[in-house]
Design a protein around this ligand. Structure first.
Ligand SMILES: Nc1ncnc2c1ncn2[C@@H]1O[C@H](COP(=O)(O)OP(=O)(O)O)[C@@H](O)[C@H]1O
Ligand SMILES: O=C(O)C1=C[C@@H](OP(=O)(O)O)[C@@H](O)[C@H](O)C1
Ligand SMILES: [Mg+2]
Length: 187
């Protein structure tokens, strides 16, 4: 089903949250329903660099990747009518959450550690979890990042929920938050 209210305010929607919470999957579906452009920060960086994230991490290191994420957010996408599925660490950089909030609505997808482990164990393209004990790494990183994720405009739980349910929830929340965002930003 497409958006029932295409006449409301149309600020960007930023999906943030830990690896495996469904940002890429949900972002694609929500962009389709809103008839917005979809940007996935990971895919944008891989395209610009013409190499996979694992290679960027291995060759240039994580700090260089974070710079690429920052550059994408600062210059690489339109100011409205876009859904941006962010890589899990993008929003954790200093100042980034407030920057995203100034540009649009920020929704965080949440999942338990067990769900994250299950959803990320099927592929090896997340270098930070390509370690001997991925659960320990998930827990450490999550604890570090949680204070930032909790400061999103809205946090949506995704454990044991079909994607269709989460998509509807994100749509509902986006419409409400978009009105508040437009009001606060005089848009
Ligand atoms: N609600 C869900 N229920 C079951 N599997 C899901 C759900 N959301 C995402 N997935 C699966 O989890 C994996 C990671 O999803 P992805 O969208 O890549 O997450 P992220 O971009 O947050 O890392 C994919 O295989 C996806 O199909
Ligand atoms: O959390 C992170 O630091 C990362 C998350 C990944 O994106 P997803 O959250 O889409 O898996 C990707 O950007 C990179 O592997 C680093
Ligand atoms: Mg993703």
């Amino acid at each position: 089903m497409r958006d029932p209210d295409p006449t409301g305010p149309q600020p960007n929607l930023y999906l943030v949250g830990f690896m495996g919470t469904g940002k890429t999957t949900i972002g694609r579906a929500v962009a389709y329903r809103l008839r917005y452009q979809l940007f996935d920060s990971d895919h944008e960086i891989e395209n610009a660099q013409a190499r996979p994230i694992s290679e960027i991490f291995a060759t240039d290191g994580e700090a260089a990747f974070r710079q690429m994420e920052r550059k994408f957010i600062e210059t690489g996408h339109p100011a409205g009518q876009s859904v941006v599925a962010c890589g899990g660490g993008l929003v954790v950089q200093p100042g980034m959450l407030d920057l995203l909030k100034s540009k649009g609505v920020v929704v965080c997808l949440h999942a338990s550690w067990e769900t994250i482990l299950r959803r990320t164990s099927t592929n090896k393209n997340r270098p930070l979890l390509d370690v001997e004990d991925p659960m320990a790494r998930i827990q450490t990183l999550y604890k570090e990042r949680e204070p930032i994720y909790k400061r999103a405009d809205v946090v949506i739980l995704t454990d044991h929920r079909p994607t269709s349910d989460i998509i509807s929830h994100v749509m509902r929340v986006y419409r409400r938050e978009a009105r508040d965002w437009a009001h606060a930003h005089g848009a």
